[in-house]
Design a binder for this molecule. Structure first.
Ligand SMILES: [Zn+2]
Length: 129
């Protein structure tokens, strides 16, 4: 394919090039089988990528999701139990980071404890069901 047109072809595909350049590129596409083939491949990939996009969940979906998590947590135990677990996880992370000799396992476990502890603390705090 002609290197000069490579970027322009992508621009044409995304409809992001000025009118004058667009005409030039289209003219070139008519007379250059290499670029034609390349352009078809770009189109194929673009449609493939578009068909793979997942629909963005709405805010309502997230609300229901959090409500569900929240209710399940309430069924298992009261807020102070979850708060206690979160604080324990956060403390465990501190111990793993600062009081135990560093190794990939202690650091990895510490990071997981920190993330889970923080998420749990946030969920416990934000939960209002
Ligand atoms: Zn060409």
């Amino acid at each position: 394919m002609c290197e000069r047109y490579r970027e322009a072809l992508m621009g044409l595909l995304d409809n992001e090039i000025p009118e004058a350049e667009r005409r030039d590129v289209e003219l070139h596409l008519h007379e250059c089988p290499d670029c034609q083939a390349e352009y078809r491949e770009f189109q194929r990939l673009a449609s493939l990528t578009n068909s793979l996009k997942f629909p963005e969940p709405s805010a309502e979906v997230w609300d229901h999701y959090y409500d569900g998590v929240c209710r399940r947590m309430r069924r298992v135990g009261p807020w102070f139990m979850w708060g206690g677990i979160s604080v324990a996880l956060l403390l465990a992370a501190q111990v793993l980071f600062f009081l135990v000799p560093a190794s990939p396992i202690t650091i990895g476990t510490g990071v997981v404890a920190l993330i889970v502890g923080a998420l749990l603390l946030w969920t416990t705090f934000a939960c209002n069901c």
